[in-house]
Design a protein. Structure first.
Length: 262
């Protein structure tokens, strides 16, 4: 049971200056997940974990509930897989790293940075003619069999079943029944949609992800949907791909990698 209705939580997320589609997917009930609410601050401090492992701390009272929140995170009783924790930018200056890495914690902690991009349709259209499908490859709509494809950024990590995945759509690039790349919906909220991209290890460096993503973006724009992109700052391939597709970096935020309790 969610501690509050999804509409209340979704409304509160409007105050968070970051890409929070993964949180909306949980609070809107599109996927499972975990929602924790501060005992001391109630609706003023929340922690939501998406099944993929991405999570967010946010709310007006995060500073007041800071000690309670960090105990909750350090104990990690809810954590069964690696977690990628983001913080409401309003509270990024609190000593998260100091508290999370202090002796006595039950999880290993690493510190990273995540880039949020903003899409510019004019940049995309200006460069669209330079994005070609490599010879011999075809771009086709994704189907149910793409749901279970192996990889790290794949539909099964973001949707409960193939039906939910197909309802949001995607495009793949294939050649002689070999599936080179897939662009799909990782999160959908209001009139925005965050893309997920996966390329087969044997097909990298050929422009297949670019072709799949460009075709999907065209489809989204025709529907009046704005594409969204986020990635780890150190993922240079993803940053370069986003730039080629008309995305501009607008903010870089810290996040924390937390392992399951040891």
């Amino acid at each position: 049971m969610l501690p509050e209705s999804g509409s209340v939580l979704a409304g509160a997320l409007l105050q968070v200056d970051a890409n929070v589609g993964f949180v909306r997917a949980v609070v809107d009930g599109l996927v499972g997940g975990q929602v924790w609410t501060s005992e001391s601050e109630g609706s003023a401090a929340h922690h939501v974990v998406h099944p993929y492992g991405m999570s967010l701390i946010w709310g007006d009272g995060v500073d007041r509930a800071f000690d309670e929140i960090t105990v909750h995170l350090r104990e990690g009783r809810y954590r069964t897989r690696d977690e990628w924790l983001q913080i409401d930018p309003r509270w990024a200056s609190l000593p998260w790293e100091e508290k999370l890495t202090a002796s006595g914690g039950r999880s290993a902690v690493s510190v990273h940075r995540r880039v949020n991009f903003e899409f510019d349709p004019n940049l995309f259209r200006a460069g669209r003619d330079r994005i070609a499908v490599p010879d011999g490859w075809s771009v086709v709509p994704a189907d149910a069999s793409d749901f279970a494809r192996p990889g790290s950024v794949v539909p099964a990590e973001f949707w409960d079943d193939a039906e939910d995945f197909l309802e949001r759509g995607g495009w793949r690039v294939e050649k002689d029944e070999f599936r080179g790349a897939l662009a799909f919906t990782s999160f959908r909220f209001d009139d925005e949609l965050e893309l997920g991209i996966e390329t087969h290890p044997d097909a990298r460096g050929q422009g297949l992800a670019t072709a799949a993503a460009a075709r999907m973006i065209e489809d989204l724009l025709a529907q009046g949907i704005m594409p969204v992109w986020s990635c780890r700052e150190g993922n240079h391939a993803s940053v370069a791909l986003a730039t080629k597709l008309g995305f501009r970096p607008v903010r870089i935020l810290p996040y924390y990698g937390l392992t399951p309790p040891m």
